[in-house]
Design a protein around this ligand. Structure first.
Ligand SMILES: Cc1ncc(COP(=O)(O)O)c(C=O)c1O
Length: 389
């Protein structure tokens, strides 16, 4: 079996993460008794907050190099995080800009707010290969533009967007910025230091290597005060009041938290910090280059995207007449797991000109080997079943 669907989720947890989760389930973390349980969950969450805060460069100015881990909020995934961010930030009459590559996790909540008459919304047009000229932002900003939302990299094309340049322009006009780092956290360096980005939404179960159903938000200083709670409930703090507490992270983390998921994140992100994101990026970029080179040797293959590993995440979309059938054959004949169709991103497929049929998406991760890449290329060569339109 070859797993080539890392853009959807990480299929196996590392040994270190599994060991920690086993110990947790065996009760090693709970042996101080039930009254201590809540404290233990808090200690696990704090460890995860510190690791994620460090990874994303959530700075605690004026203390150079220190991390304000309380601005890291855990949720049940990037979708919940993005919903919390847009609903918590946006007010009646606000104008929002978002790219034509957004995942439905962003596109649907924004579209819902637009349909409910709360916001005005414009999609920023990207080129068919996913590239974006940052100067376009300047032309699209209006008097009431409040938020710029950008995916860091397309989950369909792999193309990395020039978010730093775009966010700089947005800030010149006082526009808040929200980064969807679902595809890049843990695989591409990200820094919130200097508050270039007001909010980063991350998925815990992709590049961060944690369990499914994990993710969250890292809040810049400005956003931490501007964002209102979107989900409310018990926090175990300020319980005499019917209002959500002001303090972080309680303000945005009501209810009993997913402690085992958060523990998986703590253990996995610590591993990533130890390995170094730059090293991971190097490995994944080399895999993308190897795969793209391999595809060049195959007749009739058309790839949607930037075709430049330096500008891409390890996500490659191949165009053909029947993506579902090709995916099925790759699995049945070669044991290769891919993802076909629209990848929850009709906007990106419309941008790429691959809507409504979609593509067959190959995506790689930390665990992918060169031998697997070569085997996938060979499978595509020998199957010869991928005619381009
Ligand atoms: C770009 C992007 N944003 C958001 C999401 C949603 O992430 P989650 O599954 O953690 O809710 C995904 C998942 O595929 C994604 O690729």
């Amino acid at each position: 079996m070859i797993y080539a669907n890392y853009a959807a989720t990480t299929h196996i947890l590392s040994n270190a993460v599994v060991t920690e989760l086993r110990e947790y389930l065996d009760g090693a973390h709970l042996n101080a008794g039930r009254n201590f349980e809540g404290l233990e969950a808090g200690a696990i969450a704090l460890r995860a907050r510190r690791a994620v805060g460090k990874l994303l460069g959530v700075s605690a100015a004026p203390v150079a190099g220190a991390v304000d881990s309380l601005r890291v909020i855990f949720t049940g995934g990037a979708t919940q995080a993005l919903n919390m961010a847009v609903n918590g930030l946006l007010r009646q009459g606000d104008h929002v800009l978002a790219t034509s590559l957004e995942h439905n996790a962003t596109a649907r909540p924004l579209e819902l707010l637009r349909k409910n008459g709360v916001i005005e919304l414009d999609w920023i047009p990207c080129a068919a290969d996913g590239r974006l000229d940052p100067e376009i932002i300047r032309k699209l900003i209006k008097k009431n533009t409040r938020l710029l939302v950008m995916t860091h990299a397309s989950n369909v094309l792999g193309t990395i967007l020039p978010v730093r340049e775009c966010f700089k322009i947005a800030h010149e006009y006082g526009v808040l910025t929200l980064l969807d780092a679902a595809q890049t956290a843990g695989a591409l360096p990200i820094t919130m230091a200097g508050d270039e980005c007001d909010i980063v939404a991350f998925a815990g179960h992709k590049g961060l290597g944690g369990l499914a159903g994990t993710g969250g938000l890292a809040l810049g200083k400005n956003a931490a005060t501007l964002m209102r709670p979107w989900i409310s409930g018990g926090t175990g703090s300020v319980s005499h009041s019917l209002d959500m507490p002001e303090c972080l992270p309680d303000r945005f983390e009501p209810g009993t938290q997913n402690t085992i998921g958060i523990l998986s994140l703590a253990a996995s992100v610590e591993e990533i910090l130890h390995a170094g994101v730059e090293k991971i990026r190097e490995h994944e970029q080399a895999l993308t280059a190897r795969f793209l080179n391999g595809l060049q040797t195959i007749k009739n293959i058309r790839v949607a995207g930037a075709l430049d590993p330096a500008l891409s995440m390890p996500v490659v979309s191949v165009v053909n007449h029947d993506p579902a059938e090709v995916s099925r054959r790759l699995f049945d004949d070669h044991g290769i797991i891919t993802r076909s169709g629209l990848h929850c991103s009709p906007l990106a497929h419309k941008t790429a000109g691959t809507f409504p049929a979609g593509t067959v998406r190959f995506s790689f991760g930390r665990g992918t080997t060169e031998a697997e890449i070569d085997a996938i290329v060979q499978a595509l060569e020998t199957s010869g079943q991928i005619p381009a339109p």
